[in-house]
Design a protein around this ligand. Sequence first.
Ligand SMILES: Nc1nc2c(c(=O)[nH]1)N[C@H]1C(S)=C(S)[C@@H](COP(=O)(O)OP(=O)(O)OC[C@H]3O[C@@H](n4cnc5c(=O)[nH]c(N)nc54)[C@H](O)[C@@H]3O)O[C@H]1N2
Ligand SMILES: Nc1nc2c(c(=O)[nH]1)N[C@H]1C(S)=C(S)[C@@H](COP(=O)(O)OP(=O)(O)OC[C@H]3O[C@@H](n4cnc5c(=O)[nH]c(N)nc54)[C@H](O)[C@@H]3O)O[C@H]1N2
Ligand code: SF4
Ligand SMILES: [Mo]
Length: 697
Amino acid sequence: MSETQEQIVYSVCAMCTVRCPIEIEVENNRIKHIWGNPHILGGRFLCPRGAAGKVFENDDERLQQPMIRDGKRGAGQWRSVSWEEALDFIAARLKKIMDEDGGRSIVLGDRGGGFTDLQKAFIKSLGSPNYFNHHGSCSSSVHNAHNSIAGHRRNTVSYDYKNCKYCILYGRNLFEALGTKEACDFMDAIESGMKFVHLDPRWNYTAAKAHKFLMLPPGTDYAFNLALINVIIRENLYDAEFVDRWVVGFKELENFVLPYTPQWAEKETGIPAKEITEIAHEAAEAKPSVIFHQGWMTAWTENDFYFRRSIYILYALMGAYEAKGGLLFNKGEPAAGYKPVKMLASLPPKVEEKRFDGVGWKYPHLSADYGLAQELPGAILSGDPYPIKGFICYRFDPLASFPDPVAYVEGLKKLDLLVVIDVNYSLISRWADVVLPEATFLERTDPVLVKKGPKPELWLRRQAVEPKYDSRPKWWIFKQLAERLGVGQYFPYNTIEELIAWQLEDTGLTLSDFDAKGYVPLSKKQIVWDRDEGLKFNTPSKKIEFVSGMLTEAGIPSFPPYESPKKPPKGHYRLLTGKIAIHTQGTTLNNPYLNEIQSENKLWINSKEAWELGIEDGDMVEVSANGVTQTIKAAVTDYIHPEAVYTLHGFGRDVPEQTRAAHRGMRDNTLMKGLLQVSVGGNCPITECFVKVEPAS
Ligand SMILES: Nc1nc2c(c(=O)[nH]1)N[C@H]1C(S)=C(S)[C@@H](COP(=O)(O)OP(=O)(O)OC[C@H]3O[C@@H](n4cnc5c(=O)[nH]c(N)nc54)[C@H](O)[C@@H]3O)O[C@H]1N2
Ligand SMILES: Nc1nc2c(c(=O)[nH]1)N[C@H]1C(S)=C(S)[C@@H](COP(=O)(O)OP(=O)(O)OC[C@H]3O[C@@H](n4cnc5c(=O)[nH]c(N)nc54)[C@H](O)[C@@H]3O)O[C@H]1N2
Ligand code: SF4
Ligand SMILES: [Mo]
């Protein structure tokens, strides 16, 4: 880095996985302030977590040096070691596993997102097919739903909020569980006249801005959608031209939705039939400029997959694919006339081995891009389909993010090697054999990020300050390990600058092209495909498949009869969980600024239910399920459906090293025993947890 006293560095935030473009003010190797990158965002706004990156940088409770376990697994006893010793230790254990059981016995679990190439290249170079990410506890069902209908993941398309006239949000709380740009675009759209309906079992800040807020029982959105489809087809409100050209299986859909009238849906959802019919009319009136938000955290119920499929069916009926104000396909470098940015994961030979988690064989309809993290503990314990002995856990904390951490730990205990690479002490770091501190996003440059979109761009996360403590960037960590394991040739660089130069080799661009604005636009204009001939659906028929060829081949029905969600018994409630604007999952709870604003969660409970249970606002209550009990303060409110209780996810962290966050509030996932399951969409059914609530004794 240069010696300049004051400096502006353009980069990409990593306080959550949204990856907003940022402008960092640096003074004497210290972060002065973090703003949004105005060249991309059109303003310097940022969310509170992004701005709080500044104090994270200087936090002495983050991971500081490599550590090797020096006590029983889970005891949290460590010996600080040099990078040499830590990397040699890991390489020797990995080598032993590879010699005895083959590379397939090593798995790599990742948070996922845009910066995954290095991790994917590393695990592939060991001859293992076993890369997976967190999606089983987040968005698997929606990705797999879109894949079954259109042959695409959810994020192959973007929302054209700017031109949208009518939008339905199904619990998508986009002003709290936010991405800076999406929240601003949505606000602009409201100001330009977009109408939107918000469905949620509880009120939230997004609901507060809605034209219609409909409080429905959890898990009944599918019934609502079936009734919308029923009205749209019965009254011929769909885009017949688009459907004729691009859709397979319309007749089957028509027959399927016949019984699901608005009157029927009223009984399921409590939303008046008249209201449902009106919403169908309003949406159809606005077509094709309509958005039925697919959702983000969609690991809800066992049948979430079918609900998400119904959303894509609605888009197709409205002709909203590649339509102004609807969904726009994301385009990459070739669409903009560039050769692709090179990816390291293309270098190691293809791995033919079948996956440990059943994706591709036991679950032929689920995508190997995400895998099934929830299958890991079971596979370790059973040794089926083969032994799993090594787990590299990069920027991922399944003990925080997946249900039933006790069951997860049972698997982890049996590993020969667990390596955790993180910036914080996490729940899983306690069970690791080796913990490696990564340099934070402010201290490292990452490989180039291809930001696909209607206007594709290249982005760069760029180092702003020197790494603190003894932390190192991941491009260095994985390269070092690869060399020790004899696969260094797949990492053809010595510095990050060399890696970026290699990535950009075919594009004609260089690192300095990012200097002026922090990004490289690949196209001046929005690239739009021709709606008659140019749409690309990667299904067997190359069309939108209401009856999915892929599902049929897997023996899975496209239209199974609707099943009502389970109802909680008296005194029990469905436990819902979610996010607020000032925290990222549980991982920012220890951030000095953010912790000061909110350090505990509360349990939302409906006023009438609370009254019957003798619970008043602020009382301590016991929440129990499956033999586990947690204590938490009650927030009594009319603004939640009586079938549900709600709390913020990620609190009650069992991480003693994080003194500000440790054990503050209730840890939701411990109550979710038995939910490490693979639902039809590949998701854990996180909201299928029923809890009993009582006044604390
Ligand atoms: N009950 C319940 N469960 C949930 C949810 C819920 O609402 N309720 N939400 C779900 C959702 S939407 C998701 S996405 C998952 C998320 O769960 P996870 O995939 O576990 O992701 P995070 O909590 O974002 O972060 C994981 C780890 O990455 C670390 N980390 C952060 N930045 C860096 C970095 O730069 N480098 C490295 N090496 N590590 C870093 C953090 O310290 C943290 O330990 O949880 C899901 N689980
Ligand atoms: N501030 C902040 N922003 C974030 C994150 C963060 O941790 N903090 N995480 C990012 C990530 S990884 C994700 S996945 C997204 C998550 O974005 P969202 O999915 O929008 O957020 P959540 O808070 O998980 O859930 C939103 C709402 O779903 C509702 N809900 C639960 N069950 C049902 C149901 O059956 N029907 C309906 N209609 N609603 C239901 C809950 O009541 C809650 O209000 O946020 C992203 N942005
Ligand atoms: S939404 Fe906030 S925390 Fe997430 S990347 Fe953007 S600025 Fe950072
Ligand atoms: Mo997520």
